[in-house]
Design a protein around this ligand. Structure first.
Ligand SMILES: [Zn+2]
Length: 245
C-alpha cells in the first residue's frame, strides 16, 4: 500500500507540474498579443503625426503661394508710383506700397514660424518612426524566443505525460479513478495526516481511522474533505544513519 501511495503522490506532483506548464504555455501567446496591441497603438500615433505633417506642409505651400502674390502686388504698387502723374497719385501709390509691404512682412513672419513647425513635426515623426521600427524588431525577437520556449515547454509536458502514464498504470485502477475524481473537484487529491490532522482540510482524523492509517494497509479518505489520506510517518524514507558522536 505504501508503494501505491508513493506512486499516487508522484502522480499528483506530475499532474501539478503538467498543469503549471500548460498554464505558462497558454500565457505566452497572450503576452505576444499584448505587445502586438502596443505596436498597433504606436503605429496609429505615427499615422496621426504623418497626417499632421502633411497638413502643415500644405498650409506652408499655400502661404508661400500667397507670398508670391504679395510680392507681385508690391511690384505693381511700385510701378504705379513710377507712373504717378501728380502728387495725389504719388501719395496714394506710396501708401499702397507701405500697406503691401506690411502685409508682405507679416506673411514672411508667418512662413518662418510655419517652417519651424514643419521641421519640428518632421523630427517628431522620424523619432516616432524609429520607435515603431525598434518595437517591431523587439516583437520579432520576442516571437522567436516565444517559439523556442513553447517548444521547450511542449517537450517537457510530453516527457512528464509519459512518466505520468507509466505511474498511472502502476496504480490500482479503482484508486486511480478515485484520485481523478477528487483531483477534479479539489485540486489536491492526496494529502498527509500530520499529528492526527488532515493536511488538506485541517480537520482532526477520528482516532479509530488514525489507527487504520498507521497500519498502512488500506487506501483511506478523509471523512471531512474526502481526499485520499496517509499517515505522514509511514511515507518517510528509511531513516538516515545517526550522526557520529
Ligand atoms: Zn480532509
Amino acid at each position: 500500500m505504501r508503494d501505491q501511495l508513493k506512486r499516487l503522490e508522484e502522480l499528483q506532483t506530475h499532474d501539478a507540474k503538467i498543469q503549471e506548464l500548460e498554464n505558462s504555455l497558454k500565457a505566452i501567446p497572450l503576452k505576444l498579443a499584448a505587445t502586438q496591441n502596443d505596436l498597433a497603438r504606436v503605429e496609429g500615433l505615427l499615422g496621426t503625426e504623418r497626417q499632421a505633417l502633411s497638413e502643415a506642409e500644405k498650409y506652408y505651400g499655400e502661404q508661400k503661394g500667397l507670398l508670391t502674390d504679395d510680392e507681385v502686388q508690391v511690384a505693381g504698387a511700385k510701378h504705379k508710383l513710377a507712373q504717378a502723374k501728380n502728387s495725389k497719385e504719388y501719395m496714394a501709390a506710396q501708401r499702397e506700397i507701405e500697406q503691401r509691404r506690411e502685409g508682405l512682412t507679416s506673411r514672411e513672419g508667418e512662413i518662418t514660424k510655419l517652417n519651424g513647425a514643419v521641421d519640428a513635426k518632421k523630427k517628431l515623426l522620424s523619432e516616432r518612426a524609429s520607435d515603431v521600427e525598434a518595437l517591431k524588431a523587439s516583437i520579432a525577437k520576442d516571437g522567436e524566443a516565444a517559439k523556442v520556449r513553447m517548444d521547450e515547454i511542449e517537450a517537457q509536458i510530453a516527457t512528464l505525460r509519459g512518466e505520468r502514464d507509466k505511474l498511472a498504470s502502476e496504480v490500482n485502477p479503482e484508486v486511480l479513478k478515485r484520485y481523478s475524481v477528487i483531483r477534479m473537484r479539489r485540486g489536491l487529491a492526496v494529502v498527509s495526516v500530520r499529528n492526527g490532522t488532515c493536511q488538506g482540510c485541517n480537520m482532526n482524523i477520528p482516532p479509530q481511522l488514525f489507527n487504520v492509517l498507521q497500519r498502512g494497509q488500506t487506501i483511506e479518505t478523509c471523512p471531512s474533505c474526502r481526499r485520499i489520506i496517509y499517515w505522514e510517518d509511514l511515507m518517510k524514507d528509511e531513516p538516515a544513519a545517526s550522526p557520529p558522536g
